[in-house]
Design a protein around this ligand. Sequence first.
Ligand code: GLP
Length: 259
Amino acid sequence: MITESVCNYEAMSAAAASIIYSDVARCLQKGERYNLGLATGNTPIRLYEELAVKLNTARLDLSLLSTWNLDEYATESRAAVPVTHPLSYRRFMEEKLFSKIDPALGFSRECTHFPDPDDPASYDRAIAAAGGIDLQLLGIGFNGHIAFNEPMSESEISVADFAALPTRVLPLSDETIAQNTHVTAGGDESLMPRYAVTMGMAPILAAKKCLLLACFAEQEKPLRAILKRGVPTPELPASYLWQHPDYHLIYTADKINVY
Ligand code: GLP
């Protein structure tokens, strides 16, 4: 486990882009497939810019690269929001990363995956059939969620059962609706979907490496609580990462002081 503090957002983005690029390049250069788990939100925006530059500069053959996104918003009828929705995560990925990668490198949209609210269980099967996620990038919600695995009380679910949660559709918590209205919907709550499909805790924790980034002052509270408690709890989903065998946290010291 590595817990690394860097000075600011720029440094976090550069460090994370280097970690991801090196791991991807190491496998692709050996002719191996690589399954990269991706996250959305404000945290990885700059990292994606840097990663695209690194991939384009290196001229790596990306035909063996597949991506697996953590989550997508869903409508009241539990369908994935259309890519035209301003908060669509597929749209976000297209704008922030996919379209920035030189098409000549062989990266195919057919190798970009998002969970499907119509058949969430198929996502876990597809990840397993692809050989598992090599590196999962993660942000942390202000309530400690990872992807959209929302906190639950220990009276509702055991520590072990929470870790085993599969990919599924769920209603978003009031806290998450408020947070994402503020940080991604420009304060317009009418834009915010009330449901999402999220990669489950089980496939996230099964990733070979987990890279968690934190760069907003509001993330200090869940990180501090996790470090203080020291053992996983469904009340703070990100707390499960501290038990992951290859887990790396990078946080920005200008916004967050966890000690
Ligand atoms: C959403 C996503 C999470 C992400 C979180 C933090 O809720 N489902 O995966 O970690 O936002 O977003 P931000 O990076 O904007 O802080």
